[in-house]
Design a binder for this molecule. Structure first.
Ligand SMILES: C[S@@+](CC[C@H](N)C(=O)[O-])C[C@H]1O[C@@H](n2cnc3c(N)ncnc32)[C@H](O)[C@@H]1O
Length: 266
């Protein structure tokens, strides 16, 4: 058991049946703040990361002791940037980072996890089913370019497109900005390279239709190390005809229905 994984609930080991992974004592308050009523589901997701994701090569075994701080919480705090009842498309989800963390931190959101690798998409589908959140999380096995407007597999325009560790900002923007509605956001989790990437990609972002590029820190005062996010707003140039979302989202619920939806069952 990793030294910093504490709690009454035994920690998971590769080879164990998926269960829960308790957060370290020093992160207990942060986890409760970020996940609220969904904390048990977050622990079960972390249990999957520590076992089945390691066994299937989605997560390195050395990441297990720092899953909560460096991965789950680091991603989940980005939930504070989502508008109410948002449709979120997470590009290159891998093991659900940040998409699944956001779905658990913000149960009012509907999340589409876009992941091209079959092994990862299968694992994501199994975890979504196990957590019982399939009504608000959908897994799409595709590259971002394949779900862009005009393609046969096009997704409805998202309020927010997220990505972590997928590609340099300029390439990422080329893939992600077309997936968002007009005035929607690309939120790219970028770490220390954020300001430098923004400088390097500046004129390309404008050419791609991105506006109001900002480097934000989220989770300050909640988690030990805030998360750095590059936020880019989608301008009218990308959606001259409007590009707003129609009546229904990927879950088949209207925006009004999502806004008034009660928290989904566990
Ligand atoms: C380094 S992993 C990061 C996974 C996860 N976002 C994380 O932070 O742990 C990059 C992921 O992006 C996916 N990917 C690469 N190119 C992509 C594309 N064009 N569209 C969607 N996903 C892509 C890969 O399959 C892989 O799962």
């Amino acid at each position: 058991m990793p030294e910093d994984v504490a709690g009454e609930i035994p920690a998971q080991q590769p080879g164990d049946a998926p269960g829960v992974l308790a957060e370290p004592e020093e992160l207990r308050e942060a986890v409760a703040t970020v996940f609220g009523a969904e904390v048990d589901l977050a622990r079960r997701y972390a249990g999957h990361l520590a076992t089945t994701a390691v066994e299937r090569g989605l997560v390195g075994p050395r990441e297990v002791p720092r899953l909560w701080e460096r991965h789950v919480l680091n991603c989940a705090v980005v939930g504070e940037l989502l508008p109410p009842a948002a449709l979120v498309v997470d590009v290159g989800s891998g093991a659900g980072l940040p998409g699944l963390c956001l779905a658990l931190a913000r149960p009012d959101a509907t999340v589409v996890l876009v992941e091209p690798l079959e092994r990862r998409a299968i694992w994501l589908t199994e975890v979504v089913d196990d957590l019982g959140i399939e009504r608000r999380v959908r897994v799409v096995r595709a590259r971002a370019e394949e779900v862009a407007p005009g393609r046969p597999g096009a997704l409805p325009p998202a309020d927010v497109v997220t990505a972590r560790a997928v590609a340099p900002l300029e390439r990422l923007a080329g893939w992600c900005l077309p997936l968002a509605r007009r005035d929607g956001l690309l939120l790219a989790l970028k770490g220390r390279s954020a300001a430098e990437e923004v400088r390097a990609a500046g004129s390309a972002l404008a050419r791609l239709g991105g506006l109001d590029v900002q480097v934000l820190e989220v989770g300050a005062g909640v988690v030990p190390v805030p998360t750095t996010v590059v936020s880019v707003t989608v301008g009218a140039a990308l959606h001259p005809a409007g590009g707003s979302r129609g009546g229904e989202d990927v879950s088949g619920r209207s925006r009004a229905a999502r806004q008034h939806a009660r928290k989904p069952r566990r």
